[in-house]
Design a protein around this ligand. Sequence first.
Ligand SMILES: Cc1cc2nc3c(=O)[nH]c(=O)nc-3n(C[C@H](O)[C@H](O)[C@H](O)COP(=O)(O)O)c2cc1C
Length: 154
Amino acid sequence: MAALDEPYDYYPQEWISPYIDRRRKVGWDLYSLLGIEKGDKARMHAQHGRNYRFFGAPVGLMFTIDRHMGRGSLIDYGMFLQNIMIAARGRGLDTCPQAAFNAFHQVIAEQLDIPDQQMFVCGMSLGYADTSRVENSLVTNRVAVEEFTTFHQR
Ligand SMILES: Cc1cc2nc3c(=O)[nH]c(=O)nc-3n(C[C@H](O)[C@H](O)[C@H](O)COP(=O)(O)O)c2cc1C
């Protein structure tokens, strides 16, 4: 079996504040909605494992990019992904982009015959959100615009 490594650094090598704090908050907010308590590793793993069943969605998408392209193309690719997500909403569909697949990019490449020249970017679930499921009611925080913007005036 292929080693579990990442196709590219999606996350920083080392998490620092404030990003780690925000990441933890989203995680604990989700687990608290689901009634999963700290230390309940079995339920945490089970929830994480739902990624690999596309959360029950009927369509799973896998995205790759030509390795020839530069890092900047990942910016373009993010816009491409967002366009797919917005287009899906426009058609009454819902998505969940998934970096959870990245650690398994070698297995995915083998199973889907993805050429070596293509780098795995991420996966995505596509379907209709089940609004009766509590995890779909998660609302994440947004920092105020003033907190991350510097306005310059003449
Ligand atoms: C590039 C990317 C990768 C993501 N990977 C995962 C994932 O692997 N599993 C998951 O459940 N959600 C994943 N998400 C969804 C985030 O968890 C989701 O965006 C989060 O609920 C925050 O919602 P917000 O983007 O509206 O703040 C990902 C989102 C993005 C943009």
